[in-house]
Each structure stands twice: as C-alpha cells, then as structure tokens.
Design a protein around this ligand. Structure first.
Ligand SMILES: [Zn+2]
Length: 181
C-alpha cells in the first residue's frame, strides 16, 4: 500500500470527465488501487476520494463516512449513476484537492445511486445527509466538476483571488511523502 499524491486545483485531470470502467480490465489491479486510495484518503482525513484526484482516468471513487460513536461506513463506487435526487441542503464542503478551503454548497438532501462495488456487483445506495453529500461530491469529480464550480457566479468571483494565492501553495503539497497514520 502507498499514499499517493493528490492532484490539486488547476491540474487538468480534475476537469476531465473520467472514462467508464470496464470491470474485467481492471479487476486484477483493483484491490491494490483501492487499498492505496483508502490509505491516501485516511492519511489526510478525507471523506471521499475520486480516482482522478490521484491522476487516474477511471470512473471510480472511495467514500468513508465517520459518524460519532459509529463504525465508519466505507464504500467503493464504480461507474456510479444518479437514479434519484430529492430535497435540498446547504452545508459546508471541503475537498482534498483544495486543502483547507471550505464553502457552502447546495446539494440534494437525499440520493439514490446505482454503481458497481469492488467485486463488480451492482449495488443501489440510498443516502442522506453527510453520506449523500459525499456521493454527490465524488460523482461530480468523476464528471470533471469540482465543488467550487458549484458555487454561484458571484461567490466564485469573490473567491478567485484567494484561490489563486492558495493554488501556488497547494502545488507544493505532496501527500505521498506523508507517513501512514
Ligand atoms: Zn473533492
């Protein structure tokens, strides 16, 4: 297992729609890849990580939700599709590709997602709250959409100077040099 460097805002791979996974083609490498993705996400305390955040053009992501006093909920989604969305929430969101930046983003409060799991089996996920937010955030990544592009135009413009400053610092952060927790 290895911690991978996480791609930061401004890197092209984050703005590209990821290629659909042919499960048979990646089946052999998948366990090692997923182990690396979970390790990378855990090292920085993230709730989700999409494959393109470590530079891979693959339509898959890992999610780990930690609720107080509960076992963490870990999930792999491959080729996820949004089946249903309802309600609305407006909560702070962050992203491992924008370390330390948080912004309030409007999301559906409840979602139903269909995907393949790590065994290549179809799964249907019903999620709400934090879990629904993580699913929408990671699925956006796979479409090349980052959370700041979900902000209204005015907020985006206001954020721009700060983003530019942070971008230069983020470039220097290399998670692969971190020690595993
Ligand atoms: Zn993100």
């Amino acid at each position: 297992m290895a911690i991978k460097r996480i791609c930061k805002y401004g890197e092209k791979v984050l703005e590209k729609k990821c290629r659909k996974v042919v499960f048979e083609d990646i089946k052999k490498e998948l366990p090692a890849l997923l182990a690396d993705m979970f390790e990378t996400m855990d090292a920085v305390g993230g709730a989700g990580l999409a494959a393109n955040q470590i530079g891979l053009d693959l339509r898959l992501a890992v999610i780990k939700i930690q609720r107080e006093g509960e076992e963490p909920l870990s999930l792999v989604i491959i080729n996820p599709e949004m089946a249903e969305k309802s309600g609305s929430m407006y909560e702070d969101e962050g992203c491992l590709s924008f370390p330390g930046l948080f912004a309030k983003i409007r999301r559906a409060a409840k979602v139903k997602v269909r995907a393949l799991n790590e065994k290549g089996l179809p799964i249907e996920i019903n999620a709400e709250g934090l879990f629904a937010k993580a699913l929408q955030h990671e699925m956006d990544h796979l479409d090349g959409v980052t959370f700041v592009s979900r902000l209204p135009l005015m907020s985006r413009l206001k954020l721009k100077p700060a983003l530019m400053k942070l971008k230069a610092q983020w470039k220097k952060i290399d998670e692969s040099k971190m020690k595993p927790m």
